[in-house]
Design a protein around this ligand. Structure first.
Ligand code: BG6
Ligand code: MG
Length: 223
């Protein structure tokens, strides 16, 4: 694995939901349930726009779809309700919901001396990592509690790079969200998209899963 790893990569930043663990489906289910209360039908396609986006920004996008205007207080109540549903799903999750190849890649990168940080918009990130018992595989954790702007803003990835004391040009980001790919590119980082090329085509390299992952060397820009 990664015998062709470019020397310029010194740190790896992983998104959580949909990259390390199959929680993207739980965010979708919980938002769909909330949207239904306003007679808004949330499709898979709509959901692609929510991936990587913070809880409040996601709620605003959904409410705008139904032309629903609410006070800040009402919105906070709804965001709490969605989060309670999400946590119900997450609490029933088992370690076999770690996505194919993710844990193996974390371990292999560590063995190569690559530093690793989480770079997730989620405020539940630490809880999820703890539930899966994989917190120890990270040198740093940048999560939704540390940012003022959510992806596609690059803030989360700059925080992760700072925590690892690595320049952005030496970082690789693993992302499943269009907003996350945009954030990584704005940060000047190499980006691997995990999922469908239709939504992730801007990434330097796109793979269906992290199973047997290898960097596509010719896509890595020299630092
Ligand atoms: C991102 C997810 O990782 O975190 C989004 O892709 C989610 O769907 C966002 O809205 C915020 O998560 P949380 O757990 O703080 O509501
Ligand atoms: Mg994601």
């Amino acid at each position: 694995m990664m015998n062709m790893l470019n020397q310029s990569i010194q740190a790896a930043i992983f998104d959580l939901d949909g990259v390390i663990v199959d929680t993207a489906k739980y965010h979708y289910l919980a938002w769909k349930r909330l949207a239904a209360e306003f007679n808004i039908k949330l499709t898979h396609e709509d959901n692609e726009k929510l991936k990587g986006v913070s809880r409040m920004d996601s709620l605003d996008i959904i409410l705008a779809m139904g032309n629903v205007a609410l006070s800040q207080q009402e919105k906070e109540k709804l965001a709490d309700k969605k989060n309670a549903w999400f946590m119900e799903y997450v609490n029933q999750m088992s370690p076999n919901e770690i996505l194919p190849g993710a844990k193996e890649l974390l371990i292999a990168l560590r063995e190569k001396g690559i530093k690793i940080s989480l770079g997730s918009s989620s405020k539940n990130a630490k809880t999820v990592l703890r539930l899966l018992n994989i917190e120890h595989l990270f040198d740093a954790i940048a999560d939704g509690t540390m940012i003022t702007k959510s992806k596609p803003d690059p803030e989360i990835f700059f925080i992760a790079a700072d925590l690892l004391q690595t320049k952005p040009a030496h970082c690789v980001v693993f992302e499943d969200a269009e907003a996350g790919v945009d954030a990584a590119l704005s940060a000047g980082m190499f980006c691997v998209g995990i999922g469908a090329p239709t939504s992730l085509y801007k990434a330097h390299q796109v793979v269906a899963t992290l199973e047997n992952f290898e960097f596509k060397l010719n896509a890595v820009q020299p630092a």
